[in-house]
Design a protein around this ligand. Structure first.
Ligand code: NAP
Length: 285
């Protein structure tokens, strides 16, 4: 464990890391852990007060040479994406790691096609997917100069179809489609920029727990065995897995392995018919 820490400190000390969605949950913890490894961080989200608090804590974890900055921005707004990247580069120079973590939280309901649900789809795709692409575009020249890394924080809902949060799931499926394709293009063009897709299961954050409770409340008679697998993983462990995978330039990780998202997504690809058995008990009453 100690050896792992030393390895990552050696790789991350003095590196410049941009983290989106860092005012709470996974993004906030990422900021603390990156600073703990000696990196400089530039964080963003919409809530200014929360970002200020996170930055103050980052400063207390780091040393006086480390740079910790923030900018409030709404990833639903097209100009804010470029603004964040420009401000980060002005703040600490070129970007070594771009951590695309923010997400608009899902509304949980049975889909009926109502107008507000259609509007929610626009928000979800724009904030959770399109903005990731725009941030990547804005950071591309900088990442080329550093041979840097992009981390895309995805979800098991982007691999295995799940009911009641369809717009969220669609945005996470779309991330894989775009960024896995881009990884091939980078390779073909000999671009030395890594893309790490982190497929997360249920992680112990306030937002994660809220959504999980709402989804299970809507289920008919959930399969208790499958539910028992979905014990929330510790936030610190999830963040460690994200940093480790991104810094090691892995293509994709599934975390935590105990929730078997990888296995279920493989089974689904090999045997698509399995969905008719409704193993999770979504529709039984
Ligand atoms: N927790 C889980 O169980 C779980 C499972 C799978 C995947 N994930 C993924 O992990 C990532 C982090 O989730 P989390 O649980 O840490 O959620 P969280 O605590 O709600 O964090 C979401 C972050 O995104 C920011 N954000 C939301 N809308 C934004 C917008 N329009 N513009 C800019 N920033 C915005 C929020 O800040 P402001 O409100 O201040 O803007 C917040 O900092 C997400 O991508 C999520 O999909 C989480």
């Amino acid at each position: 464990m100690r050896e792992n820490r030393d390895v990552f400190t050696a790789q991350l000390i003095g590196k410049n890391v941009v983290i989106t969605g860092a005012s709470s949950g996974i993004g906030e913890q990422l900021a603390y852990q990156y600073v703990g490894y000696g990196a400089n961080v530039f964080i963003t989200a919409r809530r200014k007060r929360r970002l200020q608090e996170v930055i103050e804590k980052c400063k207390s974890y780091g040393n006086s040479q480390q740079k910790c900055g923030f900018l409030t921005a709404d990833m639903g707004k097209i100009d804010d994406r470029e603004r964040v990247i420009k401000a980060a580069i002005e703040f600490f120079g070129d970007i070594d790691q771009l951590i695309l973590n923010h997400a608009s939280q899902p509304l949980v309901y049975k889909w009926s096609g109502r107008r507000e649900q259609l509007e929610h789809l626009d928000v979800m795709l724009n904030v959770n997917m399109v903005s990731f692409v725009h941030l990547t575009a804005a950071a591309l020249s900088s990442l080329r100069r550093t041979s840097g890394s992009i981390c895309v924080v995805g979800s098991g809902s982007g691999r295995i179809p799940t009911p009641f949060t369809l717009e969220y799931a669609a945005s996470k499926f779309a991330l894989d489609g775009f960024f896995s394709g881009l990884r091939y293009e980078f390779k073909a063009n000999k671009e030395n920029i890594s893309i790490t897709h982190c497929v997360l299961g249920f992680i112990s954050t306030e937002s994660g727990s809220r959504s999980f409770q709402k989804v299970t409340a809507l289920m008919g008679s959930p399969n208790t065995f499958l539910l028992s697998l979905l014990q929330p993983a510790k936030l610190e462990d999830a963040v460690q897995a994200i940093i480790s995978a991104t810094t090691s330039r892995l293509g994709e990780i599934y975390f935590p392995s105990s929730q078997m998202v990888w296995l279920m997504s493989v089974i689904r690809s090999l045997f698509p018919e399995i969905e008719k058995f409704d193993l999770a008990g979504f529709t039984k009453s």
